[in-house]
Design a protein around this ligand. Structure first.
Ligand code: HEC
Length: 105
């Protein structure tokens, strides 16, 4: 329980540290982003069609961050994910990777 609270407040600390222009420019906060991800990846990152869209919950934080960076740079390509990766800031990618890695499916 301690751990969960710590990760939630960490996301808020990360967000609070972002320049407001980043957030205003995106007009989205992290929870808005996560809702978009969950549309395909399942509620809290647990996929209902894992053979098509992989679950994100409980995967290693380093792995998730590497994949987001690869989508972002175009190293790893996928129609839907390329779009998601392009608009994410480095801070958002870190916060998202941390978020999903802390969920216990
Ligand atoms: C339109 C549907 C869709 C949306 C929205 C979406 N994804 Fe995905 N995502 C996919 C699919 C499909 C794959 C599998 C890609 C492939 O075939 O390699 C994937 C793969 C991934 C992977 C790699 C997983 C692995 O096992 O290697 C990560 C990480 C990921 N998505 C994160 C996100 C995040 C974070 C968001 C929100 C910002 C998001 N996705 C939004 C469809 C989506």
């Amino acid at each position: 329980m301690q751990k969960k609270n710590a990760s939630v407040s960490l996301i808020f600390i990360l967000l609070a540290g972002l320049p407001s222009a980043t957030l205003a420019g995106d007009s989205q906060n992290l929870s808005g982003l996560l809702m978009e991800c969950d549309t395909c990846h399942g509620v809290k990152g647990v996929s209902v069609v894992p053979d098509q869209t992989p679950s994100l919950a409980g995967r290693s934080e380093a792995y998730l961050l590497r994949q987001l960076q690869a989508f972002h740079s175009g190293k790893r390509s996928h129609g839907a994910m390329l779009i998601m990766g392009e608009k994410l800031t480095p801070q958002e990618m870190k916060a998202i990777a941390r978020h999903y890695s802390r969920i216990r499916p």
